[in-house]
Design a protein around this ligand. Sequence first.
Ligand code: ATP
Ligand code: MG
Length: 428
Amino acid sequence: MTRLSGYLLPTERQPPADAEAVSHKLMVRAGLIRQMGAGMWTWLPAGWRVHARVVQIAREEIDAIGGQEMLMPVLQPAEPWRKTGRLDIEALFKLTDRKGSELVLAMTHEEAVTFHAAQLIRSYRDLPKILYHFQVKERDEPRPRAGVLRTREFIMKDSYTFDRDQAGLEERYQLHVGAYDRIMERTGLRFYRVQSDVGMMGGLGAHEYMAPCAAGEDQIALAGDYAANLEVARADPRVRESGGVHTIDGHELSIEPAIEVGNIFMLGTRYSEPLGARYLDEHGDEQLVWMGSYGLGPARVVAAAVEQFSDEHGISWPKALAPFAVHLVVIGGEGSPERIAAERLYDALLAGAIEVLYDDREAHPGEKFADAELLGCPLRVTVGRRALESGEAEVQLRRGRKQAPGLPLDGEPEALARAVHELWQSVP
Ligand code: ATP
Ligand code: MG
């Protein structure tokens, strides 16, 4: 039941004064997010629906490779972080409780999950395992920026794998590559999986999932099938430079800005060693557990979608992420025949389990259309005088602003819902 007259969707004509990134401007203007402080953002109802879509896609794909969803705390004792040598990281928020105990706000969950693994994994029979959660991360980022692209508090999907040996880890890693490829394909984003720098996590191998867009802080180097983080490409002996042109195996490299939306790592025993995560093998000998770590930022997926698919009128969601399938607009006041027809259509869509936002406000048509284009639901259905005359509600596809076949207003509710389902299938 979503009537715009009662829904919290505070659209704005002007972007925030400090906004540069398209996603920052449009997500605020469309009423999806609001800022509370530097790098601190609230997801408003329509924005949260989009975030939840990404979460659900990630959940389904990690479940499909055998992941087990759980939840670990954000507030943690400092001790495991001291053991792994990460207590001194500047971005880690530290605090003390009333008794003087040292605590941290987790910026990631390797320490927590390995702490548990050390207690709960005993024998080779307990392995392999894939554990994951969606949880808040806190990071004292030096430069929070661009709306929800880089915030000090954000939700991450982080999975962790536990294996008997390196071969097992490589298997679990490949499962994640497959799951991440499918997650990204399902979101509808343009993306590249690139080799990345192993960096501060330490480990054996890593990939980043990059969504190309203007607001991206990373640079990716592309040539044919080759895709790598620019830093990695720079260090690649196959990359040649002559006259400012870079090539790899004879192909010219192009450089594109991109947002990192996901990052996967083979950790090996980097965390199991300091935290004592060991198991007994078939011969009764103690072995270290081999681990992997796999992060994904739903907020960045949302912002990247806005970056990649917007025009001068606003957002144009990929189907899988749209807050609503249909934005239903009525042009006609309380009690008018247009209203009666629109209410009937609204009820039919709800009965057909179609997610619809119904603009039933007493507002100027221009304002309603502008808000619909700003919010970017894939289908806009309009019931005004023209619809009553022709007997068909007008349908417009947001992507490309193309006219689609109309919806007969005199049909049975089931037929109407079926027609909308068919329309939905035809949305690219
Ligand atoms: P970056 O290199 O952009 O700082 P990171 O390498 O520190 O990110 P990870 O620790 O690998 O990121 O986190 C996994 C995922 O969490 C990232 O791929 C990204 O989607 C998301 N993420 C990381 N930092 C932030 C942040 N400050 N705001 C929003 N999302 C974030
Ligand atoms: Mg990174």
